[in-house]
Design a protein around this ligand. Structure first.
Ligand SMILES: Cc1ncc(COP(=O)(O)O)c(C=O)c1O
Length: 387
């Protein structure tokens, strides 16, 4: 590295070298490590934006945008993505969130407020026991009564388990996992909706936690599964740093206009807006990155990446099969779980680990993101064999 790129703080430079070197072995977690934002960072500082404070406080769809916000590009980002998630034009609302968890927080908050407003009753919150922990944490934070619904061995919420734990006299706020954290299971929306439909008087709000899978599925031939109009959910959260490659935590939260309109009014004079979202200050940087990626990568490249990612997942499974190495994978999932390898392999590839007696005990998984090329997979498998 050239001297002018060094910080003058040895610890920082050492850390930067190590983090960069690790990125290509980073197979256990769903961050996309193939980031294409070099020109964006140059543009950003060349235009002096690294010397000012930008802030997207407020509603991206309000006309009261500050000149120091990137609201106008945030709106364009949401207008670009909304059709990929099956929202009808002009009948959605959303924001560029700070991460998938922030999107889930909005989904759960909007859902609980909507159901209270319609029924005057406290909703019960349902989520599968294998869904991402942020959903349980957020429900606790929002003081909701939580029912963890049992899953089948592959991690899908069991419709009959949902049927058994439902309290139909109270409104139902349900999160569908897409997918579950460790096994990459996709909750079967049609089967679960059919269970909910047995109680036609029960008010229901469905939020889809599609932090990881929502990225690639929306750009694949399986996009119907994340379509609001096809599936009938009320909101969806997707991470930006996973499939879309924003390079730092970011996300999308989308809901229908009806749900947005039904939220409590909170007219805040000092920002001159009706503030329905949770956060005041929000990143102006993340919408700019998303906008840049839409313009410089865009639909066709994301479609190609989604295809390759699923092909490479199938390749990993084929190779594990040939090696007779025990592995499991859910349909449409890029997360492959397998017998836990040696500690050396776990450490080198930063593999996430789990435990499930039904699969022989100790397990690890790989999330096949853009940087998990066939070459990277081959190298991993060589190490699996000999480390
Ligand atoms: C299904 C699911 N939900 C939520 C999250 C949390 O998203 P974030 O890390 O963007 O907050 C993750 C992260 O891996 C996830 O896979």
């Amino acid at each position: 590295m050239e001297d002018k790129r060094l910080s003058g703080i040895p610890e920082l430079d050492e850390w930067a070298r190590e983090a960069y070197a690790q990125s290509e072995c980073e197979l256990g977690y769903p961050g996309n490590q193939d980031i294409q934002l070099g020109d964006f960072f140059e543009w950003y500082s060349a235009n002096g934006l690294d010397r000012v404070c930008l802030n997207n406080a407020g509603d991206p769809f309000s006309s009261a945008a500050s000149r120091m916000s990137s609201h106008r590009f945030e709106r364009e980002v949401l207008e670009y993505f909304a059709p990929f998630y099956g929202f009808a034009p002009n009948s959605f609302w959303g924001l560029v969130s700070s991460c998938g968890t922030d999107g889930n927080n909005h989904g759960i908050y909007f859902g609980a407020s909507y159901l209270r407003g319609r029924t005057g009753r406290e909703p019960v919150f349902y989520v599968s026991e294998e869904a991402h922990y942020s959903n349980m944490r957020l429900a606790h934070l929002q003081n909701l009564e939580v029912r963890l619904v049992a899953c089948d061995a592959m991690g899908r919420m069991q419709p009959e388990a949902l049927a058994e734990c439902l309290t139909p006299e109270r409104p139902c706020l349900i999160v569908y996992a897409m997918g579950s954290t460790f096994k990459g299971a996709i909750d079967d929306q049609a089967a679960l909706n059919a269970v909910l439909a047995r109680h036609p008087r029960m008010e229901v709000y469905r939020h889809v936690d599609a932090a990881l899978f929502g990225g690639y599925l929306a750009f694949s031939q399986y996009a119907d599964i994340v379509s609001q109009q096809k599936q009938g959910f009320q909101s969806i959260a997707v991470s930006g740093h996973k499939f879309f490659g924003t390079g730092n935590p970011a996300g999308l939260f989308l809901t229908t206009r009806d749900i947005y309109d039904a939220q409590d009014h909170f007219r805040i004079a000092y920002v001159n807006q009706d503030m329905k979202m949770i956060n005041c200050s929000r990143s102006a940087f993340n919408p700019l990155k998303f906008y840049w990626l839409i313009k410089h990568i865009g639909t066709e490249a994301w479609q190609a990446q989604a295809y390759t990612l699923l092909q490479n997942t199938a390749y990993l499974c084929r190779r594990l099969e040939e090696l007779a190495y025990p592995y499991w994978v859910n349909e449409l999932s890029n997360t492959v779980f397998f017998k836990r390898p040696s500690d050396k392999v776990v450490e080198k590839y930063h593999l996430a680990c789990g435990y499930d007696e039904r699969f022989g005990g100790a397990l690890s998984h790989i999330v096949v993101m853009q940087h998990a090329t066939r070459e990277a997979i081959d190298t991993f498998l060589d190490d699996l064999h000999c480390m």
